[in-house]
Ligand binder design. Structure first.
Ligand SMILES: Cc1ncc(COP(=O)(O)O)c(C=O)c1O
Length: 299
């Protein structure tokens, strides 16, 4: 059986799904997006992902042509259709990409002349390249390029205009091919990774940047919720590289890997250079919450 995708009202075989070369996704990078994952084949926080998608659609003035409720419904139906293509212990991504639709060169980019292009697909979640970082921790590196300021593009709009993130990640990987970037804002404060949020542990307290300069990540939200349940204090605040150099623990959060420890920051060990106990406690609590052993599954 072949995987199916949802393409603007139609369900078609993935390999046959086509969009125009004049789509505003291609012409302008004018696309909002969401990536949700499943745990044990059940979607995690799908309603919240779709709610964030509809906020992004509103702010970017894209009319998806279907309601939030319908979006949830067609997404669940697509997942159900595709689940037989996944193995028992294999989970998947559910990705939404919605562009403003056709944008012939020279057309007024502010008007949506036709239907939006609504693309929903599922893909196997392969975390094998991340797996070793759960035990070894990764190397976090600050690239030279800074995050696009919220005054230009609010970081809370989850969008596919990814050139700045891509270049920043390349710069981090020029330092160390295994590095994961931690992008600073124009004031030198820690912002985010190209696809994740940042946390530190300092004197028993969790700290993470405010959403003034980063996406309001749903994994970030999950860590904040788990911390409250575990009675771990957590503060949303400005952080500078100094705070990361001197932290006891450092980790990234994102939908696919949930929590990714970093044991090195710009070449220096974080804390004692080992994956920290608070990071492991949070990973265990998350695994408990979803009934899937996140590290075991990745490994
Ligand atoms: C720029 C950026 N920051 C943070 C995140 C993490 O968000 P979430 O936890 O909702 O996956 C993502 C996810 O793709 C992202 O693209």
């Amino acid at each position: 059986m072949q995987r199916q995708v949802y393409l603007t009202g139609q369900v078609v075989v993935e390999s046959e799904a086509k969009i125009s070369i004049f789509d505003s996704a291609v012409m302008l990078g004018d696309t909002v997006t969401e990536s949700t994952r499943t745990f044990g084949h059940r979607p995690f926080k799908l309603e919240q992902h779709i709610a964030r998608l509809y906020k992004s659609l509103k702010v970017t003035r894209i009319d998806a042509g279907i309601s939030e409720e319908e979006m949830l419904h067609v997404t669940l139906r697509l997942l159900e259709t595709n689940l037989p293509t996944y193995r028992e212990h294999e989970d998947c991504w559910i990705v939404h990409n919605i562009s403003r639709g056709l944008s012939i060169a020279g057309a007024d980019p502010t008007s949506q002349s036709g239907a939006a292009t609504v693309m929903i697909f599922t893909q196997p979640m392969d975390l094998s390249s991340w797996a070793k970082f759960y035990t070894e921790g990764c190397h976090a590196v600050t690239p030279m390029s800074r995050i696009v300021p919220a005054q230009s593009l609010d970081a809370r709009i989850k969008n596919r205009s990814r050139m700045s993130y891509t270049l920043a990640e390349m710069e981090a990987k020029l330092v160390d091919p295994q590095a994961q970037g931690i992008i600073l804002d124009i004031h030198g404060n820690v912002a985010e990774n190209k696809g994740g949020n940042i946390f530190i542990v300092s004197d028993g307290k969790l700290k993470t940047p405010t959403t003034k300069n980063c996406l309001a990540g749903l994994s970030r939200e999950t860590v904040i919720q788990l911390a409250a349940e575990l009675e771990i204090p957590c503060e949303e605040t400005e952080l500078q590289p100094y705070d990361l150099y001197t932290a006891d623990e450092l980790f990234f959060t994102s939908t696919p890997y949930c929590i990714m420890p970093a044991t090195k920051f710009n070449g220096l060990p974080v804390g004692n250079g080992q994956v920290g106990s608070m990071t492991l406690r949070l990973l265990a609590a998350w695994s408990e919450l979803v009934g899937v052993y996140i590290v075991d599954q990745a490994q």
